[in-house]
Design a protein around this ligand. Structure first.
Ligand code: CU
Length: 166
């Protein structure tokens, strides 16, 4: 999936989603800890967050920007965490005018480039949560890349429950 070809609409969506994230970050009761960007080797994870779950809901989603500072492409192939046995990569695609979710095997990030995981775009689905996720909680996600690189990122849970996932 080539997400470097951004058209005006996707740039607008990106702007709106960045705006919403900072709006929610300010408006909601997010813990006053600074969340540093995690740098392991040449891969940097920025602006990561996970959605709070609604009561009784075992599904959430996670968003972040994956920055590749190296001059080789990197590929995110799997994600693990102690909160869930099943975290998968999805994209939203338009099909006959309908937005659909489609599972992907990996996310490639070109050399010296970045890929944004965001609402209505690429994202991680977290299934079969062992416990509900509450705003303010911190969750460790382990990102496994194709070249054996592993990046652990500590991600805040944000209270975005006013937005439905799909
Ligand atoms: Cu999804």
């Amino acid at each position: 999936m080539n997400i470097n070809n951004k058209n005006t609409t996707s740039i607008l969506l990106l702007f709106i989603s960045l705006f919403s994230v900072s709006y929610f970050t300010q408006a909601l009761d997010v813990p006053k800890v600074s969340v540093p960007s995690i740098i392991a080797s040449d891969i940097e994870i920025q602006k990561a967050y996970i959605r709070e779950t609604l009561p009784g809901n075992e599904i959430s989603s996670a968003y972040m920007t994956i920055v590749n500072h190296s001059d080789k492409a990197v590929k995110l192939v799997s994600i693990s965490s102690n909160i869930s046995p099943r975290i998968e990569i999805y994209a939203h695609v338009m099909e006959n005018g309908m937005m659909k979710m489609e599972q992907l095997n990996a996310i490639s990030v070109k050399a010296n480039a970045q890929v944004v995981l965001q609402p209505y775009g690429l994202h991680l689905m977290i299934f079969a949560l062992k416990k509900g996720l509450k705003a303010g909680q911190m969750v460790v996600l382990t990102l496994h890349f194709a070249d054996q690189q592993v990046v652990n990122v500590t991600v805040p849970v944000l209270g975005l429950s006013k937005q439905k996932h799909q």
